[in-house]
Design a protein around this ligand. Structure first.
Ligand SMILES: CC(=O)N[C@H]1[C@@H](OP(=O)(O)OP(=O)(O)OC[C@H]2O[C@@H](n3ccc(=O)[nH]c3=O)[C@H](O)[C@@H]2O)O[C@H](CO)[C@@H](O)[C@@H]1O[C@H](C)C(=O)N[C@@H](C)C(=O)N[C@H](CCC(=O)O)C(=O)O
Ligand SMILES: Nc1ncnc2c1ncn2[C@@H]1O[C@H](COP(=O)(O)OP(=O)(O)OP(=O)(O)O)[C@@H](O)[C@H]1O
Ligand SMILES: N[C@H](CCC[C@H](N)C(=O)O)C(=O)O
Ligand SMILES: [Mg+2]
Length: 500
């Protein structure tokens, strides 16, 4: 355990008070114990400095802050220029920089991060037996799975996870790096063997303010501002932002490109057959043509497969492990076909919660509906306490891609649900196609399924794998898949036909 003064020196901090052996660092006062440094951070709802008494009462022996030490403060104090960044740096230091001893792959971009990390996890497990994964749905270390609270957790949690993964034999870790995570230095000073860029479209403007600032946060993963430039940058050359990333890297990392359309990409799509339960793809790669089969459905997932494959190829993963990993990958809530769907009625649950994802998922549904001579019916809503400006755009994308749209509630959080629907309805009116507004999500799902005709494809978008609904301060159990299954069951029993 390093001494306080060594820790302070590593972050160029101005230190006062008695030194001690530093055991850990945290920004949660309630998690402090003897030997802890408490990082006092100003926040959106509270100010970490207000929790200093609690931190001290739990045994914290030093405070990390951007403010100077108050006179006669009873514990040690480290003053730094940027407390969030220092929190990330100290967390990495205290865990012995686990990312320096492993192959950590960081995945950033608006959509596709979770799916790409799942693909990489399965590829690494097929190749090496051990692998770890950290992201929106869960934190996974071989077969140990724990649900996540944030996509990219605070730095002490990320570093502790990496350390445990190392201790349990994992040498390959895929981690989702959100723009908010980068902005808040949650992966500060980490070494990425590879960093993947999936795409950039509108999201999180409530946090970043503008698309430029949103992109700039993502750029930090590639241009060295986060600590180091990644070993390999894996970039989607169909995305308009990729040239800016290449410019910012400025020759300091190996660049590997992938694309569905760009004929100049190193790894690119040659063939794609989409069906209701999966896809068959052929990819041009530096190792020749690769034929893959997957349970994932929809062109966006071809991008995710290209990204994961291009990364694995660049890291010299054997081809048979890439093929096996892609085939094995199942991601909950990403075009997940609901049990009870059949040739007459296909119901899929998908985590699309951005305008781009809604455009894509309805396009996938359209492709499948065309084969079945059916319509596309989309149920969707928008989250509260998040980017308000994306709501009418999400509605437009859903309506444009569907024959019938059902606007409902998602996670209203602390906002008035009706107001969120009002924001979205503007987009539905602009498109002018048929829609219904049903606030209660359970009723909206049931209505969509009752209304569907043979051949139709029903998409239930926005919550994917989530098993809850956040209504103000109350979080209730809610699972789109369960709701859809029950509605399908009721439909069959009303018509007297058994479920398949
Ligand atoms: C915008 C954001 O990221 N907020 C996170 C942030 O909150 P904050 O800075 O506003 O902090 P605050 O609640 O005002 O409290 C101030 C300080 O006092 C401390 N405190 C507070 C209360 C207390 O009892 N004790 C205590 O010590 C807090 O730890 C914090 O350091 O720090 C908190 C402590 O870690 C997080 O819980 C909180 O995540 C909230 C819940 C959240 O929803 N974050 C989302 C937006 C997020 O980070 N999402 C990204 C992107 C998702 C995607 O991929 O789309 C993610 O990576 O998950
Ligand atoms: N490469 C892609 N391009 C566009 N849309 C995609 C792509 N991959 C997935 N999607 C859509 O986005 C949804 C979310 O996918 P995924 O969970 O993999 O993204 P994410 O980046 O992890 O999202 P989040 O920011 O919430 O963590 C999917 O359900 C699908 O509708
Ligand atoms: N990771 C996304 C989750 C959105 C999921 C949607 N169901 C919502 O609640 O808005 C976010 O934090 O913006
Ligand atoms: Mg995710």
């Amino acid at each position: 355990m390093p001494a306080l003064h060594a820790v302070a020196a590593a972050v160029a901090g101005c230190v006062s008070g008695e030194s001690f052996e530093v055991r850990d660092i945290t920004c949660l006062a309630g998690a402090c114990q003897p030997g802890s440094i408490f990082a006092a951070l100003p926040g959106t709802r509270a100010d970490g400095h207000d929790f200093i008494p609690e931190a001290l009462s739990r045994g914290a022996q030093a405070i990390l802050s951007e403010r100077p030490a108050p006179p006669d403060f009873p514990a040690a104090w480290i003053q730094v220029a940027d407390a969030r960044r220092a929190l990330g740096q100290v967390a990495a230091l205290l865990h012995g920089h686990p990312s320096h001893h492993m192959h950590v792959i960081g995945v950033t971009g608006t959509n596709g991060k979770t799916t790409t990390t799942y693909l990489l996890y399965e590829i690494f497990r097929a190749a090496y037996g051990h692998a770890a994964l950290l992201g929106t749905i869960e934190q996974r270390m071989d077969d140990d799975r724990r649900p996540s609270r944030l996509t990219t957790p605070e730095a002490p949690e990320v570093q502790a996870f990496l350390r445990r993964a190392w201790d349990s034999g994992c040498r390959h870790v895929a981690i989702e790096v959100s723009s908010i995570g980068l902005d808040r230095w949650r992966v500060a000073d980490m070494r990425f063997a590879a960093a993947i860029f999936t795409n950039l479209t509108q999201d999180h403007l409530d946090y970043h303010g503008t698309m430029e600032r949103y992109f700039d946060a993502k750029l930090r993963l590639f241009d060295g501002r986060n600590g180091e430039v990644p070993g390999i940058a894996v970039l989607n050359t169909d995305d308009a932002r990729t040239p800016d990333i290449i410019t910012a890297i400025n020759g300091r990392a190996r660049i590997v490109t992938y694309a569905v359309h760009d004929p100049g990409a190193e790894v690119r799509l040659a063939r794609l057959d989409v069906h209701t339960r999966g896809m068959a793809l052929s990819l041009h790669t530096p190792r020749g043509m690769l034929d893959l089969a997957t349970h994932l459905v929809g062109t966006p997932h071809a991008y995710n497969i290209l990204a994961a494959t291009a990364t694995a190829l660049a890291l010299d993963v054997p081809t048979d492990a890439i093929l096996a990993g892609v085939t094995k990958t199942v991601v909950p809530g990403r075009f997940e076909v609901v049990e009870g769907s059949d040739d007459h009625l296909l119901v899929a649950v998908d985590y699309a919660h951005t305008p781009d994802a809604l455009a894509n998922v309805t396009a996938t549904a359209r492709e499948l509906a065309r084969l079945r001579r059916g319509r596309v019916i989309t149920v969707f809503g928008c989250g509260g306490d998040r980017d308000r400006t994306k709501r009418p755009l999400m509605a437009e994308a859903a309506a444009q891609g569907s024959d019938l749209t059902i606007l409902t509630s998602d996670n209203p959080r602390r906002e008035a649900p009706e107001r969120i629907l009002d924001d979205a309805e503007v987009g539905l009116r602009a498109v002018g196609k048929p829609y219904h507004r049903i606030l209660d999500r359970r009723q909206a799902i049931a209505f969509a399924i009752q209304t569907a005709q043979p051949g139709d494809v029903v998409v239930i978008a926005g919550k994917g794998h989530e098993t809850y609904q956040i209504l103000n301060h109350l979080t209730i159990h809610f699972d789109d898949r369960e709701e859809a299954r029950q509605a399908l069951r009721r439909l069959r029993s009303d018509k007297g036909t058994p479920m398949e």
